[in-house]
Design a protein around this ligand. Structure first.
Ligand code: JF5
Length: 245
């Protein structure tokens, strides 16, 4: 999987791409990240990437020329680039969308700045994607979110153990509570069932905890999560527990 990022702040990407999972994925040749400075695609002597808005008003707007020039230059070099614009006006990013993006060979991520981007840029991208209903100072953090989420789905990037774990959005539910040593910490005990060694009991307890937690925090997920009839019946029988109520 190849990622190409267009940004006026290429420095932004140095440390997030140089640690942990993304670093390992790049070192192993599973993922390549190329960060392109939009200023390198300017033609004027001040290397401007923004200008005042037509019609007046506050702030500056990103100019179309550097973005068009960068996309055209990349388009000549890349095989089948999928061009994404990160903005709060885009289609919300879901794990399903992440899965679709992971099926691409090359993603080009265009980072706008918060004040705005010339509308004509939208004519040269394939999709506009939002990572959530809040405003960031720029698309850079959103691009890193997309890179991280998509890279995790590239075969070999995430270890077999982690990828078979019951993560939320694979089960359609929130995750069950987890504990590590010690057995008792500041008077807080690890639930007895987890110390029992009874794998079937542990699996049932975890599933039930995930169901309770999902109902409490994200009840709308229960509308689409695949639950068995027995689980639906069990959940309906449960009052609000002291833990979650
Ligand atoms: C941006 C115009 C880009 O704020 C965001 C964002 C929020 N969710 N997803 C992306 O991107 C920065 C703002 C305005 C273009």
């Amino acid at each position: 999987m190849q990622f190409h990022v267009l940004t006026i702040f290429p420095e932004f990407f140095a440390s997030p791409l140089s640690v942990s999972l993304l670093k390992k994925a790049q070192d192993r040749g599973l993922v390549a990240c190329h960060v392109h400075n939009l200023r390198d695609y300017t033609a004027d002597k001040h290397r401007s990437t923004d200008d005042a808005p037509y019609g007046g008003g506050p702030g500056m707007v990103m100019k179309p020329e550097p973005i068009f020039a960068a996309l055209e230059a990349l388009g000549r070099r890349l095989e089948r680039p999928k061009r994404l614009l990160l903005s709060p006006q885009g289609t919300p990013l879901t794990q399903q969308k992440v899965g679709q993006l992971a099926a691409e060979q090359t993603l080009v991520l265009v980072c706008g700045r918060y004040e705005g981007i010339d509308e004509r840029v939208r004519t040269v991208v394939d999709e506009e994607v939002s990572i959530g209903d809040y405003v960031l100072s720029g698309g850079e953090i959103a691009a890193l979110v997309v890179i991280d989420a998509v890279a995790r789905l590239v075969p070999g990037v995430v270890g077999r153990q982690e990828s078979t774990r019951d993560e939320s959005f694979s089960t359609g539910l929130l995750e069950y509570p987890q504990y590590t040593r010690p057995e008792e910490f500041r008077g807080l005990r690890v639930p007895e069932v987890l110390l029992s060694g009874h794998h079937a009991d542990i699996a049932r307890w975890r599933r039930r905890q995930a169901l309770l937690r999902t109902r409490e925090r994200r009840p709308e997920l229960l509308d689409t999560a695949p639950l068995s009839l027995e689980e639906k019946r069990w959940l309906a029988e449960q009052g609000l527990s002291p833990t979650y109520g």
